[in-house]
Ligand binder design. Structure first.
Ligand SMILES: [Zn+2]
Length: 410
């Protein structure tokens, strides 16, 4: 009996030890995540996702500069069409049709060898470890040229998202802003871009350069790269799904519901919150006087036909004060226009947001407004002020996007 008892005691002791070990491991995992609470995704991606960015659409010709040896390939079957291994610096004139390129080296600028590239379909140009410069922006990714109708073509950049992000952060926020503000911005952009990549699937491109203030992927400052790297692979999810992590300059006091602005499904992270941190922005409150004729001309130029305007009023005002519709009473009747479209037709620098009241003054209209941008998601000026007050990046994100989870997906 004593032998059996000691065996039971031994087995019981082992069981307690295992339970203790498991409990300490669980608490260790939890404590690692306690402050930021970033989960690791079950289907952790093995490689960093690549994205395709539309840089130029429907152009006839463009000059590009490459600082390293480069190659031109058929994008679809990877067949090499030209390999410029010996060149140091080249200027290529890309023309529509057959993508005729004339390569100029710095020594033989006037007797330049000419390369004709005939390709049926898309071709790619890649400078290994170098850059490709076009229209004052510099890119380290692979350029893809897509033939279009009427002898035109478009240019895309294919690049890993982590190499793409520093160029957006530098365009979207002053790099001297607080690290926590910049880190919150990085995650908002990463979430937005990966959401777009997911819904666009195999489309030619996922993001239009015009949608984000993208400064190019090559000339990134080391600070922006460090900031991006700190949260590598981390995105926001709601109900375990990516969502469009919209952001804007200044909300004017309260962010706006996505349904009201973009007519997209409203979810808790994008339905608007009180901000209370952006009142030092230049456009927290603004006033703009615009002539009746100027407004009429701008609307007609955008194919929204109106005659002499009598009255302009706002309709369907959201929790953030932004309106959804603009009603225009004119000599030919009444016209209703989506407020965001109206703002873009009049000029986004004339009307900084869609949160305004309108008064008539003689032959002009006075817009008394607040905020800068569409008002959905993260407010950038509010983010910087929260960071200055000591809020961490994950607290800022949870403030502007309620009910999110943070997940590291690669
Ligand atoms: Zn704000």
């Amino acid at each position: 009996m004593p032998i059996i008892n000691s065996k039971i005691r031994y087995a019981f002791g082992c069981l307690i030890f295992v339970v203790f070990l498991v409990a300490s491991l669980v608490s260790c995992i939890n404590s690692n995540n306690s402050a930021e609470n970033v989960y690791r995704y079950d289907s952790y991606l093995k490689t960093t996702p690549e994205i395709r960015v539309l840089l130029h659409d429907n152009i006839k010709e463009i000059q590009i500069e490459i600082n390293k040896p480069y190659s031109i390939s058929n994008f679809n079957n990877h067949e090499k069409l030209a390999d410029k291994a010996g060149l140091k610096k080249s200027v290529l004139y890309l023309k529509s049709g057959d993508f005729r390129t004339r390569s100029l080296t710095s020594d033989t600028a006037h007797n330049a060898p000419t390369t004709f590239v005939k390709a049926n379909g898309n071709i790619s140009i890649f400078a290994n470890n170098g850059y490709v410069k076009l229209n004052n922006s510099t890119y380290s990714g692979k350029l893809i040229l897509i033939p279009k109708d009427n002898d035109k073509f478009s240019i895309l950049e294919e690049i890993g998202i982590e190499e793409f992000l520093p160029g957006v952060v530098e365009g979207e926020m002053p790099i001297m802003w607080n690290n926590d503000a910049l880190q919150a911005q990085v995650i908002a952009v990463r979430t937005y871009v990966l959401y777009k990549r997911k819904i666009k699937g195999n489309a030619l491109y996922h993001i239009n350069k015009l949608d984000l203030a993208y400064k190019g992927s090559y000339m990134n400052q080391s600070k922006s790269k460090e900031i991006v790297d700190k949260t590598r692979g981390t995105v926001m999810v709601y109900d375990w799904n990516l969502f469009p992590g919209y952001f804007h300059s200044t909300c004017g006091g309260h962010t706006e519901d996505i349904n009201l602005v973009f007519n997209l499904r409203s979810i808790p992270p994008l339905s608007g919150v009180e901000c209370g941190y952006c009142n030092n922005s230049k456009y927290y409150i603004w006033k703009k006087k615009l002539g009746r004729n100027m407004i009429q001309r701008s609307l007609n130029a955008a194919k929204t036909k109106v005659k002499k305007i009598r009255k302009i009023s706002t309709e369907q005002i959201g929790p953030g004060g932004h309106c959804s519709t603009i009603k225009i009473d004119h000599a030919g009747g009444t016209k209703r226009v989506n407020a965001n479209d109206f703002r873009l037709m009049i000029g986004p620098n004339n009307l900084r947001s869609t949160s305004f009241s309108i008064k008539k003054s003689g032959s002009s209209f006075i817009f008394d407004g607040s905020g800068w941008g569409h008002g959905v998601g993260l407010c950038q000026y509010g983010t910087q002020n929260m960071a200055k007050l000591g809020f961490r990046w994950f607290e800022i994100l949870r403030h502007y996007y309620p009910e999110i989870d943070l997940v590291k997906i690669y």
